[in-house]
Structure formats: C-alpha cells, structure tokens
Design a protein around this ligand. Sequence first.
Ligand SMILES: [Zn+2]
Length: 277
Amino acid sequence: MLFGSHISTEAPFSEAINRAESVGCECMQIFANPPQRWNPVAIPEKEISRFIDLNKKANINPIVIHSIYLINLASSNSFFYEASIKTLIDDMKKAQLLGAIGANFHVGSTKGKKLSEVIDKIVLGIKTVLAASEKPYLILENSAGAGDIIGDKFEELAEIMAKVNSPRLKVTLDTAHAYGSGYNVAMEDGLEETLKEFDKYIGLENLVCLHLNDSTAPLFSNRDRHADIGKGYIGKEAFARIVNHPKLSHLPGIIETPNMKTSEEISDIELLKSLRK
Ligand SMILES: [Zn+2]
C-alpha cells in the first residue's frame, strides 16, 4: 500500500507537491476548491502546469481530489442541489487536468426522509456529473451515519451504484467512518467480515481508495471522530492487518488527521510505512 495524507492546496496551489514530498507522501488527497464555500475557484493555468511538472519528479500517485464539505445530492433546496452538481463537475474537470484519479465526496443527508424518497435525485445528480466529465472516477465515501447522513451501510451505496450503473462510479472506504457505523475493522474477523460485506454489496473491484483514520468514537456510535493511527479504538495492530491485507494492499491509503508526530515521535505516514511488510 502507498501512503499519503490530505495536503493543503493553499496558494500557490502547486506547492502541494512540495508539501506532500516534505511529509513523505507516496500518494495524496487535495481540495481543488475551498471546502466550505459554494463557488468554484479557478486554479491559475501556470499553477496547474507547475503542479504537473513538479509531480513528474516527485511521482506522488495516485492523487485524489476531495470535494467540498457542503455537497448534498439529496437536498430538497434547489440552490444547494444545483450548486452540489456544479461543484462536483468542477472538481472532476480539475481532477482530469491535474492527473488525479477522481473526486471523492460524501453523498449528503436525507434530512429526515427515507433514502428511497431522495434516491432518484441523487442518481440524477451523479449521472449529470459523470456526463459532464470524461475520464475521472466519481468516488462515493462511506459515512459514519450520524443523523440522516447517507452511506453508512454498504447497502445504501450499492443501491445508488446499481441505479447509476456506471463503471466510473467508485468507492472510498474510510476506516473511522466504517468503525463508527458498526463495521469492526479493529478485529481480525471483523475486518474479514467487513470486506466480505463490501464485496457482496459493492464489489471490491469498485474500491479505489482507503481513508486510514483511527477513531475516538466507539463501534456503532455513528460518530465521525478521526484520530491519529494507533490513538483510537481501531489501534495499530488492526492497521498493520489493514495495510498488508492482500485485498487492500494495492490501494492508496490516505490519512486525514494532521499527520502530527505520535507518541513514538514519528508521523502517521512514517508509522504506517513501518507497518508495511
Ligand atoms: Zn474520509
């Protein structure tokens, strides 16, 4: 498994490559738009070409774009719904320009409705985004399932995928979200069971990225609380199993915590590298 983290794209945008290299990233995740704002912001052309040039040397691959936090393809507010689609299309176009594999996003919240009442809207939104972009994957991320947030159970993501029916619709598995929603990836048999379930509903061939976060929220808590590797309920031993698992070891493993020094005075990326067999 290749390891990387979420890297800042604060201006100048292309500096993300140098920042990633300096913390030991082998792959990485970035925002291509300000995560808390609706209006897509253009990346200067010279920043795009410098980004690509720098990465020819650094070879940080794959790159995944994380879309903005505001996306909600289940929103009954037409402004939010249209803006979600517009932003995802922008992220997909930027993914293609930057050589990223695709745009990862959280589907959104049903806000008290059943998934069956909003699924057509979600499916239409995803199809619109896919039709407006050429190559990159559109990547659904599993959620911890707080409140009415969609995608905590693999069945929900599978339902959406079946209706969209596109080979470009893929999935990211976030270990902390999975744990919060009751998939016990901390235990050896729990990990096996999780992968079996994933394969049954979604298909392991559709898994393109892992978010490697430990969790300070307990199993079945439906809470999303990322922790540094080894500092939560999942634990270091479980991550050693995850990163070396034959069904997962070909995937990029992205950490979303600040990659701070752990108690052992090494960063999460260094820690994960030390677990890699
Ligand atoms: Zn995540």
